[in-house]
Design a protein around this ligand. Structure first.
Ligand code: AKB
Length: 316
């Protein structure tokens, strides 16, 4: 694997944990964190940090040249719920950042790229159960459209320009260190914070809304595993289906009640319900398991235990 890494969007939910993990593997001096602002103190103070605007080709190129970067993880994006509020901003950020990094790779300033896609590439006409890798994809959110189009461009840059770009269709990611922002699956993180703080949560999705989810440690492992995998083992250059578990708000609530029997939940679905309704309930990720030996670890019980334990320390 490459020795000098740049993470764009390092202050976000996944970018921050990826930064810590990559630094523990490759050494802090070899992993440069960057973002559009200084919003995550833990990241800004933990090693080399640069302000980089993902929408500005020159801003990324300057950083790549300054540190002799050869691998970029592009983690900056506007997610599904915020994207519906600011459609053009979502389109501009998600597409411009991807083109900037792909074009830097095409011009040989870097030689390896990770770009996350999402289950949002699927839409209301996709089969919802064990959605296969190759399925109808008619995304109904701006975020999903950017991810589907992005996948096509990744495959195109691989085929036409030999750009070594690797990608995963992330499900909802659950973590306690850095909060998510602007996603439809965010309820599955908020619920744990509210359980600790107020012993109550008002959920913006209906109780039986089943969605694919994954604990952060598994998501980071998948990301590093696909980047480590031998070049020829990566057979899919659009993006791999990736799965761990699937659950509903009711399932999470019941798992929290095992530790906090007084916990209560109410339901007040908002516009995010329609987004969730358009996504798969669970995902068939057999290509990832076959091609680069993907395997998840965490189930819902383990996630609940770790979330409650860690957030308890944060708030108390
Ligand atoms: C979102 O909810 O928008 C994201 C995603 C599934 O990509 N977490």
């Amino acid at each position: 694997m490459s020795s000098k890494i740049l993470i764009i969007g390092a202050c976000g939910q996944i970018g921050s944990e990826l930064t810590f993990k990559l630094r523990s593997i490759f050494g802090a001096e070899n992993v440069i964190a960057s973002d559009i602002n200084y919003k995550n103190e833990a990241i800004v103070n933990s090693g080399i940090f640069e302000i980089v605007d993902a929408q500005d080709y020159a801003s990324i190129k300057i950083c790549i040249e300054k540190y002799n970067i050869n691998t970029v993880y592009l983690m900056a994006a506007m997610l599904s719920a915020t994207g519906e509020k600011y459609p053009m901003k979502a389109w501009d950020l998600n597409m411009a950042s991807l083109f900037n990094v792909l074009n830097l790779a095409r011009a040989k300033f870097i030689n390896k790229v990770f770009w996350p896609s999402s289950i949002a590439v699927f839409g209301p006409t996709t089969p919802v159960n064990y959605t296969p890798q190759y399925a109808v994809m008619e995304p109904s959110t701006v975020y999903g459209i950017t991810k589907q189009v992005g996948e096509r461009w990744c495959e195109y840059y691989f085929n036409k320009y030999n750009v070594d770009v690797r990608s995963l269709r992330y499900p909802g990611i659950i973590s306690w260190k850095t909060p998510p922002g602007g996603g439809t699956t965010d309820y599955a993180v908020e619920i744990y914070h509210e359980a600790i703080k107020n012993n109550h949560y008002e959920c913006f999705l209906k109780s039986d809304t089943e969605l694919p989810m994954m604990f952060m440690d598994d998501a980071i492992k998948a990301t590093i595993d696909i980047m480590k995998a031998p070049f020829n083992s990566i057979k899919i250059r659009s993006s791999y289906n990736l799965a761990a578990i699937s659950f509903t708000p009711d399932d999470v609530s019941n798992s929290i009640k095992k530790y906090k029997p007084d916990f209560t939940i109410t339901y007040k679905p908002d516009f995010r319900q329609n987004i969730a309704n358009s996504w798969p309930k669970n995902i068939n990720d057999s290509y990832a398991r076959q091609d680069w030996k993907w395997k998840h670890t965490y189930n819902l019980e383990q996630i609940t235990e770790e979330m409650l334990t860690e957030l308890n320390k944060t708030y108390n």
